[in-house]
Design a binder for this molecule. Sequence first.
Ligand SMILES: Cc1cc2nc3c(=O)[nH]c(=O)nc-3n(C[C@H](O)[C@H](O)[C@H](O)COP(=O)(O)OP(=O)(O)OC[C@H]3O[C@@H](n4cnc5c(N)ncnc54)[C@H](O)[C@@H]3O)c2cc1C
Length: 313
Amino acid sequence: MADRLPSSRVPAYPKQRGPLDIDVAVIGGGLTDAWPLTPSRRLALTSFFSSRAGWVAAATGSSLGFISEEPGVSFADVEQGMGLRVARHAFSAWRRAALDFSALLRRLDVKCDLAACDAMAIATTPEQSMRLKREVKARRDAGLEAPLVTAHAVQADLAIASDGALREKGAALIDPYRACLGIAAAAAGRGAKIFERSPVRRTKFNRKSAMVVTEGGTLRTRFVIVATGAPTELFASLARHFWYRTNYLVLADRIPLKTRRLLGRRATILRDFAQPAHIARWVDDEQLMISGADQESPRSGIGKRRSFNALDS
Ligand SMILES: Cc1cc2nc3c(=O)[nH]c(=O)nc-3n(C[C@H](O)[C@H](O)[C@H](O)COP(=O)(O)OP(=O)(O)OC[C@H]3O[C@@H](n4cnc5c(N)ncnc54)[C@H](O)[C@@H]3O)c2cc1C
């Protein structure tokens, strides 16, 4: 997604230099980092460090831009692993976060092609079909909605043969890169200090304050929010608590109109019940973007040579 915005339209922020006293420092440069910068949090002064490679590289610039009301894991699996209460809580918290995020983008009038869309999780193999049935039962037993779509309706909508689907409500699509830039610009307009090309080298904490040491200066602050996407070498000791996965994202060439007509409605996001799942969306009504085929990534070198992101390729 990052490649789709001309660099002339990407705002430039200064490098951080010298000492600075602030209330909150946010380390990172992606969507997670941009969110706490919004004025609803009433931060008097906030600093924001973008990627060492450039503005919002990493996962945000290469993500699907799917705002989902669901965490992307099966309710049945979460319930089995962590119990009904936790599963219910996780799903309702995720739903609230998705709604809040869309509301925030609207409130700030961030130009990021925010659009409500339909989403369906389809089952295309007997194994996926069993997962679909298990999921529907688990959700209904827990008193949650689990609207089913018949195979016939999936065929009519998406031109895909399946055993049926679970419909997801309240989904939306955005351009995540522009969303991130827009939120950061809104925060800058309200007084947040934003720096880029200012990698944080070290953090030091005492009882009352923290010191964030960047390549060109220091920040004394009361709170530090770490949103680097992964522990990186800054917090290497945390690395053992993470699972690392490589996730693939493919943006297809423009698909000719004649072929597009055979491919069903373009306002629907599609997932399947494969493990790991594939997710497909349309971009500009002409290109398909597909993610999936996640694989475990090796852990070697974490915290030593390179910073890890969810997106390794
Ligand atoms: C293929 C793919 C598709 C995805 N699709 C979706 C989706 O559809 N919907 C969804 O909600 N999520 C999706 N995600 C997850 C998505 O990436 C996250 O929701 C979000 O973009 C992550 O943002 P982030 O700010 O946490 O991390 P990142 O975007 O990775 O940003 C971390 C930033 O921290 C910076 N940084 C690291 N170390 C330092 C340091 N020492 N000093 C200063 N800065 C530093 C990095 O350079 C980077 O800019 C997807 C992820 C992948 C990989």
